[in-house]
Design a protein around this ligand. Structure first.
Ligand SMILES: *Cc1c(COP(=O)(O)O)cnc(C)c1O
Length: 422
């Protein structure tokens, strides 16, 4: 690792420190590992930091449940997908029994989208700012159903609107699927209005809440959403490869047929029956054995999020992104950066996109100055703030380091072209 971040101007530092001193969530930072090592980590929207409790809980699961309990531990493990699902359910406005932890987001999207178009109308509506994996999956589901994927062209900053969706709907469309928070711009879609527009036209909605769960209060039931998927390793701090989840509104569970039937979705899995009979409830959307150790690891961050409370988390998130945008406008706009995230705090999630023609080289130069952000081709820097551990001071330092790099030209020593993981 390189040198310490360049200090932000004194006024900014003092203001940031005052905001941090008044932060009701400040104590949570200490619950994460390695937060005292000087790294300014603004990439929790890609992989959240590790809660220290995750390590001790995984160690206990290894040493007690696996090493000693062996197969008897299945009594406990078999409950985990639902139990952790219910814990997530409380963060997304679902009832008990409406959320199940299983598979990866992309696989879950495939299952739920296939189930939705199986009801009768094969076309699917999505938008061009949706996560590429989601568009690939939705395209394959529409094609397999004999329909087409209709991709709405959206405003690159503001994302998809209810009017856009309404214009794309007709009686061929069985499913409308968007990201709640756009992965590139950070735009927060109006879940209630878009869901209502889809329902009006007789289509179901499938929301991907990967970039909003744990950082934006979500009301799946209240908004009328039919289906949702999300991941646990971003703002929920569940760990690399942590399993994802599905939400299926309870009145739909018995009516939908998901395509990857397995013994875990059977009505009586331990009967090992030769005929398939789907479980009546949310278990119907499972398939096979879940990754137990990753599920154990994921619990710590989910529990911490529930303890901290989403209203406090959201308030701090808006405070952090507002400070970031204000400093970027003042210090970075004159150097060729543009803010590519909605300026209204109500209309964005928890990351800010900055566009600059040297975005890739800047990302590399920042890593060598202990500031971690990510790059999205061709010219976007994403700075994610995670209210459980990000400080206002880190935001101010990050902007100061970006400015310092551009002013001194130190990024010019880095290659223009993308290599490795960004
Ligand atoms: C992170 C993310 C995913 C991740 O998908 P996996 O299949 O779990 O790797 C999917 N969709 C969106 C919108 C995401 O942000």
């Amino acid at each position: 690792m390189g040198t310490e971040p360049a200090p932000a101007p004194r006024d900014d530092r003092e203001r940031a420190d005052r905001l941090d001193a008044a932060d009701p969530l400040a104590l949570h930072r200490r619950e994460f590992a390695a937060t005292d090592e000087g790294l300014v980590y603004l990439d929790g929207n890609s992989l959240g930091r590790m809660p220290a409790a995750a390590a001790s809980q995984v160690r206990a699961a290894l040493e007690e449940e696996w090493a000693r309990g062996l197969v008897a531990s299945w009594e406990r493990w078999v409950m985990l997908p639902r139990r952790v699902g219910d814990a997530i359910g409380q963060l997304v406005g679902a009832r008990p029994g409406e959320v199940l932890v299983t598979d990866q987001t992309s696989v879950n999207l495939f299952k739920l989208a296939t189930a939705a178009v199986g009801v009768g109308r094969p076309d699917i509506v999505t938008d061009d700012a949706n996560f590429p994996s989601d568009r690939y999956v939705l395209g394959s589901v529409a094609a397999a159903a004999g329909g087409e994927l209709r991709v709405i062209e959206t405003d690159p900053v503001d994302g998809v609107s209810a009017d856009d969706v309404t214009a794309a709907l007709d009686t061929g469309v069985g499913l409308v699927s968007h990201s709640h928070v756009a992965f590139r711009s950070g735009a927060l879609a109006d879940m209630g209005t878009i869901t209502a527009a889809a329902a009006e036209a007789g289509a179901m909605t499938l929301w991907d809440v990967s970039h909003s769960v744990g950082v934006v209060p979500i009301e799946l039931r209240r908004s009328g959403a039919d289906l949702a998927v999300g991941c646990t390793y971003k703002y929920l701090n569940g760990g690399p490869g942590a399993p994802a989840f599905v939400y299926v509104r309870d009145d739909l569970q018995g009516r939908l047929d998901q395509p990857i039937r397995g013994w875990w979705s059977h009505d009586d899995m331990f009967a090992f029956a030769s005929d398939y009979a789907p479980a009546p409830g949310i278990d119907r959307f499972a398939t096979g054995t879940p990754p137990i150790l990753s599920l154990v690891a994921a619990q710590a961050g989910i529990a911490m999020t529930a303890r901290a409370g989403l209203d406090a988390i959201r308030a701090k998130s808006v405070s952090l992104t507002s400070l970031l945008i204000e400093l970027a406008d003042r210090d970075l706009a004159p150097l060729g950066f543009t803010v590519a995230t909605p300026r209204d705090g109500e209309r964005r999630g928890s990351h800010v996109a900055l566009r600059h023609r040297d975005a890739y080289r800047l990302t590399r130069a920042l890593r060598d100055r202990d500031v971690v952000i990510d790059f999205r081709a061709p010219d976007t820097l994403r700075l994610g703030v995670a209210p459980l551990y990000t400080t206002h001071r880190e935001v101010a330092e990050a902007v100061a380091v970006i400015r310092d790099i551009v002013v001194t030209g130190s990024h010019e020593a880095y290659p223009h072209h993308r290599a490795g993981v960004t």
